[in-house]
Design a protein around this ligand. Structure first.
Ligand code: PLP
Length: 393
């Protein structure tokens, strides 16, 4: 008799076709030198700042290659705490911080610690494509509350309140959002904090794109709800460090203690040379973030302008982040058909919006943080394709 996998395998499996299949095809074609423009993932075309790379090499040569503290080294945790306090106004110390393997690992650890089989976890639809599996890994059921295009992808707090049941344990949000680029307003954040307080819920706020928002800040759930909020973030986007896997969770100290217990049996700590390089990155945070922010905004504006005026495409201008949503329903195609046919005829890869929820069916998600020449060419190709697909109204 062959052994079987645990129910977890089914909980984190994709339903239906893999939304990333097109992306991986495009990546492989691009790597093979084909004329392909990859706009299907949020990985800035920028280089990690040289002093950060130099620090990692220096530490490697200094043989910083041994085990480290599983929660992260104290100076790095202190630097994360100081940056978080400065950004949000929430007073925290190193004891409120655990350094993890990217924000994705922070979301996973948070999910494991706040929910269990039989529980419900609420998130907004559309959502970052990994959320369903990341939330369901805990055994909890995912309850999604629409933040539809008709509301410019902002949540309806009344609907959020109605979705809360005695089984609800947590609300997951991302601000700025992926795929929408929406920054939750002060009153939305107040409303979410109030609901969480009333019902004794955790809030997990994913702020990996916060550095790209106005002034590098977003209204903070952590500041409003210090004992119930877990703020997850990373250096991936704001320092062009996606491959370094430098993320963290800021939360109440008892939670951080338990997160450390998870780390001890999951990662057993992260490489010391990476941590010291991350510390270097914090030392240059203000300039690094400002330059990524300026660049993201310029590219967003250029790309939005380049796609205006088509009957078949509606561009949703994001507040921040690295993505925008295009409503392709005017072409008569589904998001998946649009993405596949665009790739086949124009060699531009975008993500089918359905990967991010029901509210983005009929949309595609486009990353606009790539070099200007590729963006201009991508916009030309998307226009040509969309113009050819326009259905008479
Ligand atoms: C909303 C959101 N959260 C988390 C992540 C994961 O980031 P990290 O590279 O820090 O794991 C991403 C990556 O694209 C993201 O878009």
């Amino acid at each position: 008799m062959s052994p079987r996998l645990s129910p977890l395998a089914a909980r984190i499996a994709h339903d239906g076709p893999d939304p990333w299949a097109l992306h991986w095809r495009a990546r492989a074609a691009h790597a093979a030198g084909e004329d392909v423009i990859v706009l299907s993932v949020g990985d800035p075309d920028l280089d990690t700042p040289a002093p950060v790379v130099d620090k990692a090499i220096e530490r490697l040569r200094a043989r910083d290659t041994h085990y480290t503290e599983s929660a992260g080294r104290a100076p790095l945790r202190a630097a994360i705490a100081a940056a978080h306090a400065e950004r949000t106004g929430q007073p925290v110390t190193a004891d409120n911080v655990i350094f993890v393997n990217g924000a994705q690992n922070g979301l996973f650890v948070s999910s494991l610690l706040v929910a269990a089989p039989g529980d419900e976890v609420i998130t907004l639809d559309p959502m970052y494509a990994t959320y369903p599996a990341t939330i369901q890994v805990s055994g909890a059921a995912l309850v999604s509350v629409p933040a539809p295009a008709s509301r410019d992808f902002h949540p309806d707090l009344a609907a959020l309140g109605q979705a809360i049941t005695p089984r609800t344990r947590a609300i997951f949000v991302a601000t700025p959002g992926n795929p929408s680029g929406v920054v939750l307003t002060d009153s939305e954040v107040d409303g979410i904090a109030r609901l969480a307080e009333q019902h004794g819920l955790w809030v997990v706020t994913d702020e990996v794109y916060a550095g790209t928002a106005d002034g590098g800040r977003v209204p903070s759930l952590g500041a409003r709800l210090p004992d119930q909020c877990l703020t997850v973030s990373s250096l991936s986007k704001t320092h062009a460090m996606t491959g370094w896997r430098c993320g963290w969770i800021v939360g109440p100290t008892p939670f951080i203690h338990h997160a450390d217990m998870v780390a001890q049996c999951m990662t057993y700590g992260l490489p010391g040379f990476i941590q010291d390089a991350a510390l270097k990155a914090f030392g240059m945070r203000t300039e690094a973030e400002a330059s990524v922010r300026t660049l993201c905004r310029a590219r967003r504006d250029t790309f939005c302008a380049a796609l205006q005026g088509l009957l078949a495409l509606r561009v949703h201008r994001p507040d921040a982040g690295m993505f925008m949503l295009l409503d392709v329903r005017g072409t008569g195609l589904s998001g998946r058909e649009f993405a596949n046919r665009l790739y086949d005829s124009e060699r531009v890869s975008v993500l089918d919006g359905a990967a991010c929820g029901r509210e983005t069916q009929g949309f595609v998600r486009v990353c606009f943080v790539t070099d200007e020449a590729s963006l201009a060419e991508a916009a030309r190709r998307i226009r040509r394709f969309a113009a050819g697909s326009e259905t008479p109204r």
